[in-house]
Design a protein around this ligand. Structure first.
Ligand SMILES: Cc1cc2nc3c(=O)[nH]c(=O)nc-3n(C[C@H](O)[C@H](O)[C@H](O)COP(=O)(O)O)c2cc1C
Length: 370
């Protein structure tokens, strides 16, 4: 027989799991998964192996289309489907010059979910996807845009704060969650950016989210094809090392990207300084100077993820990188997150019950004394 403490913790564990299932039921429904955890698409990292591993572990893997054309994307969808019979999605960048062809490839391959990223999608793109019976998820970087996307008919929203790895907006996850979650009840909302542990997932679910999206935490999964140097940089990295790219002159806008500080990020500052000086001296016109700055990062993520050049490439990582401490299987990462979320929910429920019974006891005593 288990002693009282064990019985209590098993009960608590079950209660936490039940509460978790209730809190993220809408997220699970829209994704068709056991857990409402999305593996955020990461260019070069989120390919067939990691995507299928996340889906097989009960989460929702998302293929990063990045700069692939329709043929490569079609091959990746087929290869992923050969590794999992569970639901997964495809992330398309709205600015991609072949967006229409990529949507066609998804329709032809009976993809069930498309995540549109990188700017507000056109209504026509959303309608085409929905008319084909595909669910569409979009990023909402602000409250007004969340309202607009709901009106445009999206099936779910993702709100991603600036703690995230990769291209980011200016607002933190905590603030976006407070602004958007209470106002958005029509569709499920997934929270992303800076999430490394299940307790944080539990917190966002209690605030009204239907699930969460994580990227950084999955980079060092055993199934991830990221180069060992890339994984090592993540395991060594701390939150404060995941910094945003710096813009030196408002005339030369730099898209903010969060990545581990390295030689390349330092060199980027020097390049901006040199280019700005050449522009001031009349050697380069504004357009040529801007192009030179933009050109700096072309191919940089691939160099780091695939070739392992973590000094000269872009090691995109979120602030949750400090919580990546070793290589683990995807299933282990997901079970850890779910366990932590369930334990946190169980503990809060136990505390609430304890308080209720203390208050009950006091009320009885007061009544008896009165
Ligand atoms: C290396 C890397 C590459 C990424 N590439 C993409 C991408 O191609 N498309 C996209 O929508 N988001 C991309 N992201 C963002 C992730 O999908 C996810 O939203 C983000 O990582 C969540 O925040 P977290 O890093 O704090 O977990 C990338 C993130 C990283 C770390």
């Amino acid at each position: 027989m288990p002693n009282d403490a064990t019985t209590f913790s098993v009960k608590g564990h079950d209660a936490g799991r039940e509460r978790l299932a209730r809190l993220w039921a809408r997220g699970r429904d829209v994704l068709g998964t056991e857990y409402a955890i999305l593996g955020g698409a990461m260019s070069w990292v989120s390919e067939r192996n990691l995507v299928s591993a996340i889906s097989n572990a009960g989460g929702f893997g998302v293929i990063a289309c990045g700069s692939m054309g329709p043929d490569l994307l079609s091959a990746e969808i087929d290869a992923t489907r050969a590794l999992t019979d569970r639901p997964f999605g495809v992330n398309l960048i709205t600015l991609h010059p072949e967006l229409e062809g990529l949507i066609d490839a998804c329709i032809d391959h009976a993809v069930t979910h498309i995540v549109l990223a990188g700017g507000l999608p056109r209504g026509a793109a959303i309608n085409r996807i929905k008319d084909a019976g595909i669910r569409v998820l979009c990023f909402a970087p602000a409250k007004a845009l969340a309202r607009k996307l709901v009106r445009m008919g999206v099936d779910a929203l993702i709100i991603e704060g600036m703690e995230a790895g990769g291209h980011i907006g200016p607002v933190s996850t905590g603030v976006l969650a407070q602004e958007i979650l209470p106002e958005t009840t029509e569709v499920p909302v997934f929270v992303a950016g800076g999430i490394g542990r299940g307790e944080a997932i539990a917190g966002y679910l209690e605030s009204g989210a239907s699930g969460c999206q994580l990227g950084t935490r999955f980079v060092c999964a055993t199934e991830s094809i990221a180069h060992p140097n890339f994984k090592r940089a993540f395991i060594r990295g701390n939150a404060r090392d995941a910094q945003t790219s710096v813009q030196l002159d408002p005339k030369f806008p730099v898209i903010p990207v969060r990545a581990l500080a390295n030689q390349a990020s330092q060199r980027f500052m020097d390049v901006q300084r040199e280019v700005i000086a050449r522009h001031a001296a009349g050697e380069l016109d504004l357009k040529a100077a801007q192009l030179e700055i933009e050109h700096f990062w072309v191919g940089a993520l691939r160099r780091a993820v695939i070739d392992g050049d973590v000094d000269g490439g872009s090691v995109m990582a979120g602030q949750s990188v400090g919580m990546v401490t070793r290589e683990q299987s995807t299933a282990e990462i997901i079970e850890e997150l779910v366990d932590q979320a369930a334990a946190a929910l169980a503990q809060r429920q136990d505390v609430a019950l304890d308080q209720a019974s203390t208050e009950d006891g006091s009320a009885h005593r007061a009544a008896a004394q009165g």
